[in-house]
Design a protein around this ligand. Structure first.
Ligand code: SDX
Length: 434
């Protein structure tokens, strides 16, 4: 970051001395006011619950322009990356800063493929869960449990340890997500097949069975790979900020990513794709397209607590570029499976059309986000609704790791420790105490 030819001056109406704060510029996007000395100079904190106006770090990884609806991974537009190379090439880009050349790509694919198996002991963690446990509960446990197998070999200050931890997490998340699915349906776990692609391997571990060969459908394989690319990273969203804050204590990467999995589960964040499909199902049960107007009235009624899931975003005040690409992917998968007339997809497109013509949504700049179509395409592929967020976590692991490593790799990083505006009781004594 570089000093802008600008300064911020803070003055107080009560006559307290005003202070000057430097303004810094990045390469693109909003400048920042450096308030690091504010408390020392004024004895006051800033107040920004939800961090609507707060930059928590500087980063080279992902840039979002919410007004333009633009998303760049290391400067490359998501629209181009979705059709260039595959998810592991995007992982390489997010981790190393540039797209891999042919040899780097081949070596990286081979390196990841050599780490897809998990320790045989991992299967016994699953046995502690009820068969109907939500996969995100299982995933939070399994990813955290990975720490137990690598804790003594993870010195986060060692770049090589950080690199192998990143590879292990990227390689093993599909295996763990598939295991949590198989456990829930009572089928045997499928070992990874390293001759397959990353996405092909996941499809086989999910839908293959030991008693017959599994043939990967190339259209589904490509669609899933694109879904992973679209979910790979997204600036300082809630789960990424969780991973950064958790990792800032110096804990190991597996524990920090487990915290990210837990945060992503929430319906306001990564759980929205599951909630969106449930919402569409509810509208279907109400009577389908003819009932969309009635449902929208519930959404606009503040007392109903009903939100249009898959719509709205803290940063995007325009169409989420990922939602467009997800809709295209949806078209491709439904066509491949002969489901062009899928009622849920037709309903979703009608809901989107009605919302984008309704002033309630237009005036609040509420557009479809990444979660609006992702549930429909995942369900068509055969992924169960309660596993959608697990797939999101699988894809987002590389972003969490890239952001964590960027923080730890900065010699100036400190443990994150926000303050508060205290509104509770001043000091008082327990009855009878002196
Ligand atoms: C993800 O941060 C990221 O980058 C996340 C993510 C990523 O890749 O990591 O992009 C992934 O989490 C996408 C978002 C998925 N969540 C949902 O689809 C859940 C539904 N969306 C909302 O919960 C909401 O839009 C949020 C949480 C996403 C954003 O909320 P904000 O920025 O805090 O906005 P807000 O709640 O202050 O809303 C502003 C207004 C309010 O109305 P008013 O008080 O002004 O009258 O818009 C309304 C809200 O009530 N509003 C909605 C709405 N979202 C906002 N009204 C109906 N339906 C919605 N979905």
């Amino acid at each position: 970051m570089k000093l802008a030819d600008n300064k911020a001056t803070l003055s107080f109406s009560n006559g307290s001395p005003s202070i000057e704060m430097p303004v810094y510029s990045g390469s693109i996007g909003p400048d920042v006011i450096d308030i690091r000395k504010l408390y020392g100079q004024t004895g006051m904190f800033t107040y920004d619950p939800g961090f609507l106006s707060t930059a928590s770090c500087q980063s080279d990884i992902t840039f979002i322009d919410g007004d333009k609806g633009e998303l760049l991974y290391r400067g490359y537009p998501i629209e181009q990356l979705a059709n260039h190379g595959d998810y592991l090439d995007t992982c390489y880009l997010l981790l190393h800063g540039d797209l891999p050349d042919a040899k780097q790509s081949t070596d990286f694919h081979k390196l990841v493929n050599n780490h897809t198996m998990v320790n045989e002991q991992m299967q016994f963690f699953l046995r502690g869960f009820r068969r109907d446990a939500h996969p995100m509960a299982v995933m939070t446990g399994l990813v955290g449990a990975l720490s137990a197998f690598y804790h003594d070999s993870t010195d986060i200050t060692n770049p090589e340890h950080r690199e192998i931890s990143a590879i292990r997490l990227i390689a093993k998340l599909p295996t763990l997500v598939a295991m949590s699915y198989k456990y829930g349906i009572g089928q045997p776990f499928m070992y990874p097949q390293n001759s397959l692609s990353y996405s092909g391997n996941f499809l086989r571990m999910m839908f293959g069975v030991p008693c017959e060969d599994y043939v990967v459908n190339p259209v589904l394989e490509r669609a899933l790979d694109r879904i992973f690319i679209l979910h790979a990273d997204h600036e300082q969203n809630a789960s990424t900020s969780t991973v950064r804050l958790c990792g800032s204590s110096g804990t190991n990467p597996f524990a920090a990513v487990a915290a990210g999995v837990a945060c992503l589960w929430g319906p306001a964040h990564g759980g929205a794709n599951e909630a969106c499909l449930k919402m569409l199902d509810d509208i279907q049960k109400m009577g389908g397209i003819s009932k969309v107007g009635e449902f929208m009235e519930q959404v606009k009624d503040k007392n109903s607590g009903v939100k249009l899931m898959g719509f709205g975003h803290r940063v995007y005040k325009n169409y989420d570029p990922r939602a467009k690409l997800m809709q295209e992917t949806c078209n491709e998968v439904l066509a491949e499976l002969g489901l062009e007339n899928d009622p849920m997809f037709k309903l979703a497109k009608q809901v989107e059309k009605i919302a984008l013509e309704d002033d309630y949504f237009v005036s609040r700049k509420l557009y479809p986000n990444v979660d609006f179509y992702s549930g429909i395409v995942q369900r068509a592929i055969g992924i169960p609704v309660n596993l959608f967020t697990g797939v999101f976590a699988l894809a987002r692991t590389v972003g969490w790791i890239a952001q964590l490593n960027e923080m730890i790799g900065d010699p100036e990083y400190k443990i994150g420790r926000p303050r508060q505006l205290f509104t509770g009781s001043p000091r008082r004594n327990v009855p009878g105490a002196k």
